[in-house]
Ligand binder design. Structure first.
Ligand code: PLP
Length: 467
């Protein structure tokens, strides 16, 4: 394809995208293909000769699309959303056309400076105080890894990168039992070892880590000669929205001199609404905070904002400057590749800039408030329906429930979930709460309406035979 052909196909792609989105309500949300069906439909060997674009496009429609789960479907109620507002898709189109590698200021000054600006917009939008500095990472997992590496280096007086971990005391990191698996992986990759991730039990309806247990664990570790390095708190855990009492965690961290990271990958988007900020009260005392505009907010995947109370420790942990990466003759510039694990960086700031401007914070707040209200309404309706139990009450737009049965509740609910997802009108996923299998519901699709959520009630009760 040359750029003249691109003109024509680019227009077709725009039409295709608009038609695709307009037709989503008619499609099953989760792909309804059997395992291996797409693989066997694809030729074993690559083509030796060039193929016509029309043939490639036809196969894309016929072979690939039926095997796609529609994350932008208005009735996607599974996992968490990965919303892509049309305007952010458009921004990504420009980004992929420009195809700049934005690792250093001079490799695209506008990308760096726009990143500085939109991160500060996001900081203000979610109510973090002046003084926090943001950077865009590829994922919350990466941001959490950066935070764990910083904890490690800080605790080792900056000797870990140089001397390695052998011969060092055991570094200890604390979190609740509700944190995302990205924390486990960060601990593995940072070389700390899973046994040194200390999981503090949770209590109460918010499933917050028990601050007394946290203090006791730290004291026991110090007595054993271990080296406490940091605490990872969460606001809006993935399973059921568990949220730590951030202020209580910060009291402990400050008394113990520990680095703190708050994972609000999903719930952070809701903090653009001031009324939800009580959920993470105390966050202004954290060293590091992560939230994903690529989840609920509508910035096309991937786009993670990572905020640092003082980026100095992170940069000291990650910066490395061989001669070929130095920028001579420019003072006061920012090289964001010194703030993240990968060197190469996509131009992710553009879609966030387009999104915030095109919708305005008020527009985005309205979406989030609607989702929260609709999820609460649905939880209430299910609670009042015979045979249903709300297992965890709504945390923002997320709650869990199950359908009661006389025998084997877990199997019964897994079976109900399978029937719901095979039906295709809605898509839900499961989790375990205190060992029991429950069904998760979250409202968060960018284009969802109250009617879409109402349909979830119809489908769930109909398929449970309780309607
Ligand atoms: C989704 C999620 C993550 C992982 O986010 P990625 O950007 O996919 O790495 C981490 N923590 C929480 C609480 C999440 O909901």
């Amino acid at each position: 394809m040359n750029w003249e052909d691109f003109r024509q196909w680019g227009r077709r792609a725009a039409d295709w995208a608009a038609d695709y989105h307009a037709g989503l309500r008619k499609e099953p949300v989760r792909a309804q293909v059997a395992p291996g069906a797409v693989l066997t439909a694809l030729p074993d060997a690559p083509p030796e000769g060039a193929e016509a674009m029309q043939a490639i496009f036809d196969d894309f429609e016929q072979t690939i699309m039926p095997g796609m789960t529609h994350w932008q479907h208005p009735r996607f109620f599974a996992y968490f959303p990965a919303n892509a507002a049309p305007v952010s898709v458009l921004a990504e189109y420009f980004v992929s056309a420009i195809a700049a590698q934005c690792m250093l200021w001079q490799t695209s000054p506008a990308a760096t400076e726009l990143e500085t600006r939109v991160c500060d917009w996001m900081r203000q939008a979610i109510g973090l105080p002046d003084g926090f500095t943001g950077v865009i990472q590829d994922s919350a997992s990466s941001a959490t890894l950066c935070a764990v590496l910083t904890m490690r280096e800080r605790a080792l007086d900056w000797q870990g990168n140089k001397a390695g971990l052998s011969g060092q005391p055991r570094l200890r990191v604390y979190c609740s039992t509700e944190v995302h698996t990205s924390v486990d992986r960060a601990i593995w990759i940072a070389g700390l070892g899973e046994e040194n991730l200390v999981r503090i039990p949770t209590h109460g309806p918010t499933r917050a880590m028990d601050a007394n247990a946290l203090c006791n664990a730290i004291a026991a570790d110090r007595a054993a000669g271990h080296l406490p390095a940091g605490i990872i708190a969460c606001t809006g855990g993935t399973s059921a929205g568990a949220s730590d009492d951030i202020a209580a965690v910060m009291d402990v961290a400050e008394a113990e001199g520990l680095y703190t990271h708050v994972d609000a990958a999903w719930a952070g988007s809701a903090m653009i609404c001031p009324e939800f900020r009580a959920l993470w009260a105390g966050v202004e005392r954290a060293d590091s905070v992560v939230m994903n505009p690529h989840k609920w907010l509508g910035a096309q995947f991937d786009c993670t904002t990572h905020f640092l109370r003082d980026p100095k420790d992170l940069v000291r942990t990650l910066a490395i400057q061989p001669e070929y990466l130095k920028t001579h003759g420019a003072d006061g510039i920012m090289n964001y590749s010194e703030w993240s694990v990968p060197l190469g960086r996509r131009f992710r700031a553009l879609k966030l800039w387009f999104l915030i401007r095109a919708h305005g914070l008020e527009g985005l707040r309205e979406m989030i408030r609607n989702h929260v209200t609709w999820a609460q309404d649905l939880a209430k309706r299910l609670e009042q329906t015979d045979g249903f139990e709300i297992v965890t009450q709504p945390m923002l737009s997320l709650f869990t429930f199950r359908h009661l049965a006389t025998a084997d509740l877990d199997a019964h609910n897994q079976d109900l979930l399978n029937r719901i997802n095979d039906d295709g009108r809605i898509y839900l996923t499961q989790t375990r709460i205190d060992g029991a299998l429950v069904i998760r519901f979250q409202a968060g699709a960018f284009t969802a309406t109250a009617e879409d959520v109402a349909m979830a009630y119809e489908v769930i009760t109909e398929l449970a035979g309780a309607g």
